[in-house]
Design a protein around this ligand. Structure first.
Ligand code: SF4
Ligand code: SF4
Length: 319
């Protein structure tokens, strides 16, 4: 797979700095039961990197040291990490909002039969990928059988109370199949809601539209198809200055499975370290957790966050 990093590092993306931190995004490891085409993590069943209990303990220490509103658990499939459930229970005890980036199919993996009930019991918000409400598009991006399995998972989550109110939130994630920007989030949410309810009786809270990042597996696919430069031109020409104030890295940091610190999950995947030299690991942060006002490491892929309606792990920015 061709490395797109050298094509992204030189950039004229505007300088930005961090405001108050409210979200800690934790990548618990790169193992996943799927190997999606658009995956910016290169996650898959053969990846072995995963956060260990010592690092989880240090992260809990950090959370006790700083004021954090929410923890965003991602991967790979974060639920495959043996520390996942202990971490969730510890966070719940600290009354911190927990988000699980769930690929839905994980709920049917061997050993995960009680996962949905566990998530519900701990009031974990689920953010679940469903790149389309139609089967063909989902299978093109995520693999055969994924659509039906996702539908069954959504029905199971609904039966536990997910998607029906404000306590057990179930949000779905859309990302484009091709090299284009997502359509207007609100409009697409209406289509998803209508279609999933009409065909299956499925309900959910919100649809989050996310722009595909031209890095790792997706970046390599664009290169292989000869679409990389056109896609970058699209992101750059759709730059919307208003989104610069709300890009997610302003209020978030991302920690990888080793406890190394990055400005966001995308920078983590590009191995683009945080600029502040003495705050690059969880051990550093335990000594000096104040990141307010610190410059953020940006590169060409950052245009993916500011293009059009904007994009973040919480969906469109100008919604
Ligand atoms: S996109 Fe998500 S579900 Fe798909 S391989 Fe990557 S981590 Fe796994
Ligand atoms: S890619 Fe990361 S660093 Fe760049 S603007 Fe987006 S969130 Fe910020």
């Amino acid at each position: 797979m061709k490395d797109v990093r050298p094509l992204l590092i030189q950039s004229d993306f505007p300088r930005i700095s961090r405001a108050e931190l409210h979200t800690l995004q934790l990548n618990l490891g790169y193992r996943c039961n799927l190997s999606c085409v658009h995956c910016h993590v290169n996650a898959g069943p053969s990846r072995t990197e995963e956060m260990d209990s010592k690092t989880v303990n240090k992260i809990l220490d950090l959370i006790d040291l700083i004021s954090i509103q929410q923890i965003d658990l991602t991967g790979g499939a974060p639920e495959l990490n043996p520390e996942f459930r202990r971490l969730v229970v510890e966070l719940k005890a600290r009354k911190i909002k927990i988000i699980d980036r769930c690929n839905l199919t994980i709920l049917f993996e061997p050993g995960q039969e009680d996962l949905a009930a566990f998530l519900a019991a701990n009031e974990v918000e689920i953010v679940a990928s469903l790149p389309c409400y139609e089967e063909e598009n989902v299978e093109q991006q995520r693999g055969k059988g994924v659509y039906q399995s996702s539908i069954e998972a959504l029905l199971m989550l609904n039966s536990l109370g997910y998607g029906k109110g404000s306590i057990l939130k179930l949000n779905l994630v859309y990302n484009p199949i091709g090299a284009s920007l997502p359509p207007a989030q609100i409009m697409l949410q209406e289509q998803y809601k209508k279609s999933l309810f009409k065909n299956y009786g499925i309900v959910f809270n919100e649809l989050l539209t996310i722009t595909n990042m031209p890095i790792n597996r997706y970046g390599a696919v664009l290169l292989a198809k000869g679409e990389f430069n056109n896609y970058m031109d699209l992101l750059r020409s759709s730059y919307n200055h208003e989104n610069l104030d709300t890009v997610m890295c302003r209020n978030l940091i991302s920690l990888d499975w080793k406890g190394d610190v990055y400005d966001c999950d995308f920078n983590q995947m590009l191995n683009l370290p945080i600029i502040s030299h003495n705050q690059r690991t969880i051990d550093d942060l335990l000594k000096n957790p104040n990141l307010v006002g610190k410059s953020i490491a940006t590169a060409e892929h950052c245009y993916g966050c500011t293009a059009g309606q904007g994009s973040s792990c919480g969906g469109a920015l100008d919604n």
